[in-house]
Design a protein. Structure first.
Length: 300
């Protein structure tokens, strides 16, 4: 992302996946079933369903890399359908953390990407879909504009939208995450490992401040998937939308997830308010109900 210089509120971060084995209830059930069948070797996933590996049972344990994990511990994990466990040389630990709130990597289904939960609130749509499918659909709303483009991803989270932008042909993605804790969790999440792409430039900082130091007319596409309004009201303001207009090229596309917090009626009021402020800021806008997303285009 040559040429984009951000102000002192930004800190560039070199994303590095930890590459640790992670276990879910699905993994634990596979291991216990193999033990019950008397198998010595079997296949399962130790990266939340992205791939399959062969593991070996030895006595009352399973061998994962250089570590032995007791089957009695796996019986507990098999009953936990929400958590993701990372295996370190100190044992198995849930991928979760306390900082300014409670952050947790949450299983969504067998062989599907986890979601991030902050203080009990999901950061992805999980009803009737899965995070990786939803993220792909949002990026695809920008259509052909993504290919060979400069993309701004305003809220990194676990990085799924930035990753999909690269997969769909973006030349470069600048992505910003306000919470270092979220990035630490993403570095433990196998589904986030493609954030290591050399086409993705990650900053840790406040998007509402950082956007002010971004160059005029630099981006073809902005993917704006912020936390809900009650958590980040500044990211829904007309002032912020004016900055997004400024950094977009004329005719540039804004994909803005709004959701439907508090039920469909409150969600209706939210997206109407978003579209009104976007139009006032210089965008044309329409709502895509299936994705709870506003698709906007910067007017010349």
């Amino acid at each position: 992302m040559g040429g984009v210089e951000l102000d002192r509120w930004a800190k560039s971060h070199l994303f590095r996946s930890r590459g640790l084995p992670v276990l879910t209830c699905d993994t634990a059930r596979d291991i216990l079933e193999a033990a019950e069948r008397g198998l010595r070797e079997f296949e399962t996933s130790i990266d939340a369903g992205l791939s399959r590996v062969r593991l070996r049972l030895e006595g009352g344990s399973v061998i994962i890399g250089k570590e032995k994990v007791g089957l009695s511990l796996l019986e507990e994990i098999a009953q936990d359908e929400r958590s993701i466990y990372a295996l370190t040389d100190e044992g198995l630990h849930r991928v979760e953390a306390w900082s300014d709130g409670f952050y947790k990597l949450v299983r969504t289904g067998r062989d599907h990407a986890p979601t991030l939960e902050i203080n009990g609130i999901h950061m992805h749509r999980v009803k009737g879909t899965f995070p990786e499918i939803d993220s792909q659909a949002k990026v695809m709303l920008a259509g052909r504009d993504v290919k060979d483009s400069e993309v701004l991803d305003t809220c990194t989270g676990l990085g799924y939208t930035a990753i999909w932008a690269v997969r769909l042909g973006a030349k470069a993605v600048l992505t910003v995450e306000v919470s270092p804790t979220v990035i630490q969790i993403a570095e433990l999440n196998p589904w986030s490992r493609d954030l290591e792409s050399d086409r993705i430039q990650l900053y840790i900082g406040d998007t509402s401040r950082l956007v002010r130091s971004m160059p005029d007319g630099h981006f073809h596409v902005v993917i704006h998937d912020p936390p809900r309004l009650s958590l980040a009201g500044e990211l829904y303001s007309e002032e912020f939308y004016l900055e997004l207009k400024r950094v977009l090229k004329p005719g540039g596309v804004l994909v803005h997830y709004v959701g439907s917090p508090g039920g469909r009626f409150r969600g209706l009021r939210l997206y109407r308010g978003v579209m009104e402020r976007l139009r006032s800021a210089g965008f044309s806008a329409r709502f895509v109900p299936k994705l709870d997303t506003v698709l906007a285009v910067r007017r010349p």
